[in-house]
Design a protein around this ligand. Structure first.
Ligand code: SF4
Length: 413
């Protein structure tokens, strides 16, 4: 279930447009986008990636349409795609017209690339006739040269003006099904540009940090930019631009929305203790194995992997399901109540099995048929034995404090 929205400001009011069957803006759920990295002419390879992206949380997928073969690919991909397809258009407006003929659900136009107003209006007229929406995708790195000179660089003002000029061209032919993005790779610049744009228009906004790069730095940049704006109520559809498998983009987008309470959880939310001197297992290895085992399964539960039975069940009592290690065993618990004991090497399989049972029968039914008394006794025994072995200070903190004290005050007892 979607919890109370405690993190985000009220959502900015926008008009609503459609990208195929997916509504964007207004009161529609904030959607996740990603982009294929295959050649669009490779129909089977591209469809395979689109299915993977949809499985990882993408609601809309964009494919490049840079040449005739790509447009021909789109004609074959769109009817078989599980999600709406947007064509990314580069410098040639004829490719936009070809993508419309291919049946795409949306176009992305970069005002810095196609600058001839007559060609822009020709595309908008054809899109209007087909009920296809357009994203005006301003990018700091490819800002229109005239605006770049006028503002002395890619400033927030220049990016917003670029979007407004393009929007005016579309409106001249009665086209309003527009969403807008003003992306930059420098996070403070994109945040300021989006804030200005949000004040200047009621069109829905596609939010992203462009060229965020690989790995953790890319994820952090994307999250800093997109998350900040979402928390301010700005943003109707989002895309992470990572130098990675695009499945990672879709997953990150979905997780960000779920983390902010803006979309209901779709997959397992795996939590794990940070591990400490009490840990009875390699928590990182078991948690990673559990993440792999759950994969993209649609199990919207919070599942905990805890390093010890001494504190684990209590620390994770709010999780829907969890397992805590103790003396070569795994103690399974549901909402803090012990339900079963399994061998240490069966911990991950047991988690998956119980998660599936909860999804199928409900937590109450699983609890009702479990021998909770026996499971609790086993957990109590292992907890007591561990406390006996390790004492109440398994991290040896008190001994270290004592050592520090003795070294600093050699004369004192
Ligand atoms: Fe994990 Fe147990 Fe240490 Fe808590 S006390 S961090 S559950 S190993």
């Amino acid at each position: 279930m979607l919890g109370p929205n405690l993190t985000a400001a009220p959502r900015r009011k926008t008009r609503q447009i459609m990208v195929g069957t997916v509504a964007v803006g207004g009161d529609a759920p904030i959607s996740v986008q990603s982009m294929t990295t295959t050649k669009t002419a490779d129909v089977e390879g591209t469809l395979q990636q689109i299915y993977a992206l949809a499985g990882a949380g993408a609601d809309i997928v964009r494919c490049t349409c840079n040449r005739e073969e790509a447009a021909a690919g789109l004609a074959r991909i769109v009817p078989r795609s599980p999600v709406p397809i947007i064509a990314d258009i580069h410098n040639n407006h004829l490719m936009a017209l070809a993508a419309l003929d291919a049946g795409v659900h949306g176009l992305r136009l970069n005002p810095g690339n196609i600058t001839n107003p007559a060609k822009i209006k020709e595309v908008a007229t054809a899109a209007r006739e087909r009920g296809v929406s357009i994203r005006i995708g301003v990018n700091a790195g490819s800002l229109d040269a005239t605006l770049y000179r006028k503002y002395g660089g890619a400033t927030p003002e220049a990016m917003v003006e670029s979007a407004q000029i393009e929007l005016a061209y579309l409106q001249e032919v009665g086209f309003e099904d527009v969403k807008i993005s003003v992306k930059a790779s420098y996070v403070p610049l994109m945040i300021e540009a989006y804030r200005m744009l949000a004040d200047a228009t009621d069109h829905p906004l596609h939010v992203g940090v462009t060229e965020a790069g690989p790995g953790v730095p890319g994820l952090i940049k994307g999250t800093a930019g997109i998350g900040t704006l979402l928390a301010e109520g700005i943003g109707d559809t989002i895309r992470y631009s990572l130098t990675a498998d695009p499945v990672e983009e879709a997953r990150a987008g979905r997780q960000l929305l779920e983390s902010l309470g803006l979309r209901a959880r779709k997959n397992v939310d795996l939590i794990a203790c940070p591990s400490c001197g009490r840990a009875e297992i390699d928590v990182i290895a078991v948690a990673t194995a559990a993440m792999d085992a759950f994969g993209e399964r649609e199990i919207p539960l919070q599942v905990a992997v805890m390093g010890c039975v001494v504190n684990g069940p209590g620390e994770a009592r709010d999780a829907d399901l969890g397992i805590a290690a103790g003396r070569h065993k795994g103690h399974l618990f549901i909402k803090g109540q012990n339900v079963a004991v399994v061998a240490e090497d069966a911990m991950v399989d047991a988690l998956v099995e119980y998660a599936e049972a909860i999804m199928r029968d409900g937590a109450e039914a699983v609890l009702a048929r479990a021998d909770t008394d026996r499971a609790r006794r086993a957990a109590d025994e292992d907890r007591a034995a561990l406390l006996d072995e390790q004492g109440s200070d398994a991290n040896a903190s008190e001994a270290k404090v004592e050592l520090i004290h003795r070294k600093l005050h050699p004369g004192q007892a």
